[in-house]
Every structure is written in structure tokens, then in C-alpha cells.
Design a protein around this ligand. Structure first.
Ligand code: GUN
Ligand code: ZN
Length: 431
């Protein structure tokens, strides 16, 4: 038993569907009690302490105690090529991404980058990531082994490609199925790890490979499936040429049995009305990757419109296409993209929800992580709302909770993460 003190903040409802003030539970002087890696109580500090006399206390002062951030779409293997200049999607893949991913057949390289990835993201307050591996099973082995050693809840899958990719990054329909299945059986449900079936995207998978992975998903509907959907206009034209039999991009996946609950569709920017209706009907999740979408020049995700029509949304860095490992920087980008796209300014509560409980729901883990409540896993961050002079002077003027938080959303980064707890264990102390 262990008690954390601070300002507690968590969601009791979706702030896209109820007014933000009604969606939130906040205690100015709050506490979270943790036992055996799980939260056992959340509430006013005095009440929680009185209920657990003698429990050791860590006081985070005025810092915000929040669920750790959940990054719903990343490529850990692209860590070393983040911020690579000058290309749009297809050229970026060919110039930077594929050469780096080709190195992950070497287990030592895979291990080194997995270690680096978790060092960077834990410092930024991310306690769960959902990652693409490379085509090599070794990449997924390294990611899961590192996550397991750190006690993290983490998800990943072997990326599958059998066309339009360099020879050394290709598998086949059969080996994609066999190797994905072997990894799934070895890792899914082991500790806090979860497997994700992972066809990279339609341009790099034959119909046979997509169908093989659709068959694997039908055998294991409990695992998520992740891919990319309608990220750039050139990509969409290419998919139209490659799959003339399909009605649209989404239909390529649908014909292979890859659209349904637990489908994590990265980007999903340039959707037709039919695709939006089908995604909603199917209960698929749409993952917003705003720093990537601006960096690679992809377009403006319609957060407000998609939320209003009842789509399931998550938020993600998409590193290394995204330009930051920080979910705070990602929330800022989501806000700015929302301003450019129109449809009303995104409320800070909506941004924070997307980075925590919203992404948890997109992963179908909304009863496990992303919320501070009894029974949830104790993945918690302490966020300093005055982490730089610029942020501090603006927050000092705040007249409400969200006005105090918004400067950290817009200007914060890993310097704002005062502490990160993974299953109740503190892994970084910078305060
Ligand atoms: N589409 C297919 N592969 C990728 C990738 O690695 N990153 C991004 N941003 N888009 C993709
Ligand atoms: Zn991606």
C-alpha cells in the first residue's frame, strides 16, 4: 500500500458527449492509494489517508496526478529516424524508413532501439504504447522483452508486407500468417503484453496477405488489428490503382475481414462519407496522429466531426513519422489541426481525454488503463503545471482548472513530467 498526493484528475465520461465540467473528477488536494500495482482508492487526500493509516505517502504537491498517457499508434523501430527532412509519405518510407527498418533483423539493434524508445517515452509520461514492429519477428521480441522487464502494459505486432517493399523487408501471405500467429501465441496475454495483428497498409500487402491476416483475426478477435488508412491523397490514388475491385480504400480491408471492433485505423484523414458510415457501423477505432500529419504533409483530421458522429477516436504520436515522443506536444498539434480544420476549438478536456481514457477505449482497454479509479492498473503520471517560466507565468493567471492545464498542453513537453509510475512503481524522479 502506497499513497500519492497531488491534484487528481480523471474522466467519468466522454467530454465530446457531455460538457467537460461534467465529464471530469478533480480534487485540488487529492490522493491515489495503490496496492499490488492497482489503484485501490481515489479521493480527497484527507479521506484517503484516514482510510489507510500508516500507508507511506509520496507528496507531489500541486502537480496533477493523471493516468499515464496512451500512445495508440507508434513505430518504435523508427525512433532513430524521427525528424528526417523533406519527403512526403511514399518517398519518406523509401528514403528513410525502409533502410532503418531493414536493420531490425539484428536482435542487438532491435534491443538497443527498444530500450531507447521506452527511455524516451516513459520520460514523456507515456505508460502504454501500441507499436508496429518491422517485418522481423526479432523486432517484436525486443519490444515485448523490454516492456516486460519494465512491467509495462504494451502492445505490438509484426509488420507484414509482401509487395512494393524492398526484398529484405518482405514476407509472404503464408509466413505473415505463421509468424504473426506464433508471436501472438507466445506473447499475447503474457503479463501486461498484448499482440496486434499488423498489415502495414494496403499498398504493401497483396490481397492474399490481407486475407491471411483477416483469417488470423477471425481466429483471435480478442486481439486488435492495426494498419494505416487514407493518410495521403497520392497513397489513396495508388490504392485505387492496385485494388480496382474495391469500392474505396476501406473496402480493401473490409473484403479481407479487417474492419471491425478493435481495428485501429491510423490517420484516417481523407475519408469518404461511405467510409465514415462503414467505420462507425463496424465500431472500428480511428487514430489521430497530428504531428505526423503536419510533418509529412498528410492533411487535417476531422476530430470534431468524427467525434460528433460517434466514431471511436484515439490519439497518437506516430513516431518516427510524427515529430515528437511527447503526448503533450501531440495534444498541442491536435488542437492546432482542429483550429485549421474548423468545427469548433477542441476543449483541453477533450485533448487530455483523447490521450488517456479515449485512447484506452480505442484499444478496448477502457476498463483496465486510462482512468484513476479503484481496480485500474496504477500507471500514473505527476504533471508539473509550471514546468517552464513561460508556462508558469501563464498558468499563474488561470481562473479555472482547464485554464491552468492548457498552457502545459500547448507548451509542455517531458520537462512537465515530474514522475511516472508503472504498475505503482516510480520509474523516474525528476522533482
Ligand atoms: N503508411 C505506411 N507505413 C507508414 C509508416 O511507417 N508511417 C506513416 N506515417 N504512414 C505509413
Ligand atoms: Zn504509422
Amino acid at each position: 500500500m502506497h499513497i500519492l498526493l497531488g491534484q487528481t484528475l480523471t474522466f467519468t465520461a466522454d467530454p465530446f458527449h457531455v460538457p467537460p465540467e461534467e465529464a471530469v473528477r478533480h480534487e485540488t488536494r487529492g490522493a491515489v492509494a495503490i496496492d499490488g500495482g492497482r489503484i485501490v482508492a481515489v479521493g480527497p487526500a484527507e479521506a484517503v489517508r484516514a482510510a489507510h493509516p500508516g500507508a507511506p505517502v509520496t507528496d507531489h504537491g500541486t502537480a496533477l496526478l493523471s493516468p499515464g498517457f496512451i500512445d495508440a499508434h507508434v513505430h518504435f523501430a523508427q525512433t532513430a529516424i524521427i525528424a528526417s527532412w523533406g519527403k512526403r509519405l511514399i518517398d519518406w518510407l523509401n528514403s528513410y524508413t525502409f533502410p532503418e527498418e531493414a536493420r531490425f533483423g539484428d536482435p542487438a539493434h532491435a534491443r538497443e532501439i527498444a530500450r531507447r524508445y521506452f527511455d524516451l517515452t516513459l520520460a514523456a509520461g507515456t505508460t502504454t504504447a501500441v507499436s508496429f514492429g518491422t517485418v522481423h519477428p526479432e523486432s517484436v521480441e525486443a519490444f515485448f522483452a523490454e516492456a516486460e522487464a519494465r512491467g509495462l502494459r504494451a502492445l505490438a505486432g509484426k509488420t507484414c508486407m509482401d509487395m512494393n517493399a524492398p526484398e529484405n523487408l518482405r514476407d509472404t501471405a503464408q509466413t505473415a500468417y505463421d509468424r504473426s500467429k506464433a508471436l501472438l501465441e507466445r506473447w499475447h496475454g503474457r503479463g501486461r503484453l498484448g499482440y496486434v495483428i499488423t498489415p502495414r497498409f494496403a499498398p504493401t500487402s497483396t490481397r492474399q496477405q490481407l486475407e491471411a491476416l483477416g483469417a488470423l483475426w477471425a481466429e483471435h478477435p480478442e486481439v486488435p488489428m492495426q494498419t494505416h488508412l487514407s493518410e495521403q491523397t497520392e497513397e489513396i490514388e495508388w490504392v485505387r490503382a492496385l485494388f480496382p475491385e474495391a469500392r474505396d480504400y476501406l473496402d480493401v480491408y473490409d473484403r479481407a475481414g479487417l474492419v471491425g471492433p478493435g481495428a485501429l485505423m491510423g490517420h484516417a484523414i481523407h475519408l469518404t462519407g461511405r467510409e465514415r458510415a462503414r467505420l462507425r457501423e463496424a465500431g472500428a477505432s480511428l487514430i489521430h496522429c497530428p504531428t505526423s500529419n503536419t510533418f509529412i504533409g498528410s492533411g487535417l483530421f476531422d476530430t470534431a466531426g468524427l467525434a460528433a458522429e460517434g466514431q471511436i477516436l484515439g490519439l497518437a504520436t506516430d513516431t518516427g513519422g510524427g515529430s515528437s515522443f511527447s503526448m503533450l506536444r501531440t495534444m498541442a498539434a491536435a488542437y492546432e489541426v482542429g483550429q485549421l480544420r474548423g468545427g469548433g476549438a477542441l476543449h483541453p478536456a477533450q485533448l487530455w481525454w483523447l490521450a488517456t481514457a479515449g485512447s484506452a477505449r480505442a484499444l478496448r482497454l477502457e476498463k483496465t488503463i486510462g482512468t484513476l479509479a479503484p481496480g485500474y492498473e496504477a500507471d500514473i503520471i505527476a504533471v508539473d503545471l509550471a514546468s517552464t517560466p513561460a508556462i508558469a507565468q501563464r498558468a499563474a493567471r488561470a481562473e479555472s482548472l482547464w485554464e491552468a492545464i492548457f498552457p502545459t498542453i500547448m507548451m509542455g513537453d517531458e520537462r512537465a513530467i515530474a514522475a511516472t509510475y508503472v504498475a505503482g512503481n516510480r520509474i523516474r524522479a525528476s522533482d
